[in-house]
Structure formats: C-alpha cells, structure tokens
Ligand binder design. Structure first.
Ligand code: ADP
Ligand code: MG
Length: 360
C-alpha cells in the first residue's frame, strides 16, 4: 500500500471503529471525532472539531478530568477516568475514558488520543453486588443483635415470671439482682454497638498519649503475670493528646485479644512510635499466640464475628465486638487499623492515628 492508501485505510478504520475515538491537538482541542463518538454524544464531527475536549465531560467532573488531560499532554502519562452521561435519547449511562499521548515522529507530544467506552453494565453490576453484600451484612448484624437481646429478654421474662409467684423476700432479692445483671449486659451491648457506629460517644478529657499507655500498662501487668505472659514495651514519648477513654478502650480490647490468643503464656509487645515523616501516632500490639486463619482475618472486624465459645473470659459482655469497636473508634479519630497474623506464630495489630487531633 502507498503512504496515501495507508493513511486512508487507517482513517477509515478509526472513523468506523465500534468504540468512540477522539484525538486532540496539544491545546486539547478536538481534531478527530469518529462516527461512534457522534452516536454517543449526539454531535457530528463538523460541530465538534476545534472544540475543547473538556466540553464532553459533565461540569462537576471537569476539575479532575482537566488535571488528567494535562498530565497526559505534558508528561506523556496514560490516564483514565469515568463519568455519568446521557445518550442523545436521554438514557443514563456510564462512560470510561482512557487517555494516551500522541507522539509525533520527532518524539514530541502532538496531542491526546481519547478512547471512550460504555461501561454502564459493569457499573450497574458492581452497584448491585455492593447493595447485595451490604444487605447481607446488615441482615447478619440485625440477626446477631436480635439473638443477643432475645437471650437477655428471655432470661428477664423467666426471672420476673418466677418472682411474681413467690413472696419469699430472698427469692425476690435474687430475682432483682439477676434482672439488674441482665440489664447491665444489655446496656454494655448497646454502648459497644454505639462505639462501633460512632467511635465512642461519651468522650472524655484528652491526656498525653504516652501517659495513657503507661497507666494502662501498669494496670495490665499483674494480670499478665498471672497468665504467664511476658511484657515488652517500646514507648516513644510524645506530647500528642487523645481522649483517654477512647485510647483505653482500644488498648483494653486489643490486649484482651492478645492475652486470649496465648492461653499457655507468651510475649505481649506494646509499641508506641511517632514516625517523624508523618507525625502520626503508631500503636502496635503484638502477641506470640495461636494466630488467625485467612477467614478470621477477612471477617475479624465485622460486629459479632467471634471464634470464641461463650464463657471464654472477657467475651461474655459483648462477644465479637472488640475489633469492631476498635475499628469504630480509630475511624472516628481519622486513622486506620490493620491486622497481620500467621497461624501458630502470632498476631500484630497496628493502629495509625493522625497526631494533630482537633482539640475540644
Ligand atoms: P472476640 O474477642 O469477642 O471474639 P473480637 O472482635 O475482639 O471479638 O475478635 C474477633 C475474632 O478475631 C476473635 O474471635 C478471634 O478469632 C480473632 N482475633 C482477634 N484478635 C486476635 C489475636 N490477637 N490473635 C488471634 N485471633 C484474634
Ligand atoms: Mg475480643
């Protein structure tokens, strides 16, 4: 084929490709607009040539689209973004745009090549899947809450029923004591659920993080000695302050998990560091316990997920809520929490919290 025939062939190929193909010059003005682009946007090539490419993007997506376009034109990067769109018949759809630089024979960027695809089906499937898994998660959470409250209510009804048939003051006192115990457990359960949802409502005074951790360790040590657990600590002094109650709750739950994973003893390590590059607070609680399976790691932060049988020390008040509560509190502080574990070796829970917390 001659050069001329070659060019005509490629022009024809691009003109009639099944996906929308657009090319711009260095000023990001449209210089090629194929038939599929015409069908998608309802405008002919004559109308679009010379227009800024950004005009095809909805106004609320232009800032990010512009930034990506310039990065492709100026730095030769390949970029992609998606946006909602209505076709000429008004049908809502989603478009995926990929941008790549057009490099001329001298190696200079001569514009941007733009490929636009209809990804409505993929986005709808992703949304349906997210909705379905959200509903499944909500369903199992509602089920677990109902289960725990039913157990408590069942006990209360039986006790009250028994008490009303007796006029023995000793029986009535025992019944009342049992009612108070059940109601206290119900209260703890709702408090834990609130902490999961909102990261602990009843806030407290802030204190220096190092002091909170030190005081916690002092309270924990006698219990560790009883359980044959050795303690190692690395505490970097910091003047950062946090709500004492929130940090204590985090430490309580994580230390409880670590101790429960070492029934025959082991080593618990508590580290507080402040990496200078970020100024964040990093808290790491490690144990040399039995570790977690892949499935446990996947589900551990879900409310009511537990591998402990009822009656295991420390889990009676709110089984399966420890890590969910820790997650809720850390999220409310703008941080993140991760678990790293290997079966038979132990577990590390790392928490990163921004050091400059808003005051008040
Ligand atoms: P609970 O301790 O009441 O079971 P959590 O939310 O605190 O609830 O933990 C959920 C699950 O994650 C536990 O049942 C356990 O299987 C696993 N887990 C959490 N921390 C550890 C740890 N340090 N070592 C081993 N398993 C752990
Ligand atoms: Mg726990």
């Amino acid at each position: 084929m001659s050069d001329h025939a070659d060019e005509a062939f490629f022009r024809h190929l691009c003109q009639h490709a099944g996906v929308a193909l657009i090319a711009t010059d260095v000023q990001l003005r449209i210089r090629f607009w194929n038939a599929a682009a015409g069908r998608l946007f309802g405008s002919s090539a004559e109308a679009m040539l010379g227009e800024p490419l950004i005009s095809i993007v909805p106004a609320d997506r232009r800032v990010i689209a512009k930034r990506l376009l310039h990065r492709t034109a100026d730095r030769g990067e390949i970029n992609a973004f998606e946006f909602p769109h209505r076709d000429p018949a008004g049908t809502p759809m989603f478009l995926a745009v990929s941008l790549s630089p057009i490099i001329d024979e001298a190696g200079r960027t001569a514009g941007v090549s733009v490929c636009v695809r209809d990804v409505t089906r993929r986005i709808e499937t992703e949304r349906a899947l997210a909705d379905a898994s959200k509903m499944t998660a909500l369903g199992s959470m509602a089920g677990a809450i109902a289960h725990h409250f039913n157990n408590l209510l069942g006990g209360l009804v039986t006790t009250a029923d028994f008490a009303q048939t007796s006029d023995d003051p000793a029986v009535l006192t025992r019944a009342l004591r049992s009612v108070v115990t059940s109601l206290t457990r119900a209260g703890r359960l709702t408090t834990a659920l609130l902490a999961f949802a909102e990261g602990e409502r009843t806030d407290s005074e802030t204190e220096e993080v190092t002091n909170i951790v030190r005081a916690f360790i002092a309270r924990l040590e006698p219990r560790l000695r009883q359980c044959n657990i050795r303690l190692e600590t690395i505490l970097t002094p910091t003047s950062a302050r946090l709500s004492a109650k929130r940090l204590q709750t985090i430490l309580d739950y994580l230390a409880a998990n670590a101790c429960e994973a070492m029934p025959g003893g082991g080593t618990l390590t508590i580290e507080l560091t402040v990496p200078p590059e970020s100024g964040d607070l990093v808290l790491r609680i490690s144990d040399t316990g039995f570790g977690m399976s892949e499935a446990d790691l996947r589900h551990a932060f879900e409310p009511f997920y537990t591998t402990k049988s009822e009656g295991t020390p420390g889990t009676a008040a709110h089984p399966g809520l420890g890590l969910a509560v820790v997650h809720g509190i850390v999220r409310s502080l703008g941080g993140n929490v991760t678990l790293c574990s290997s079966l038979g070796q132990g577990t590390v829970c790392s928490i990163r919290i921004p050091g400059n917390q808003p005051t008040g």
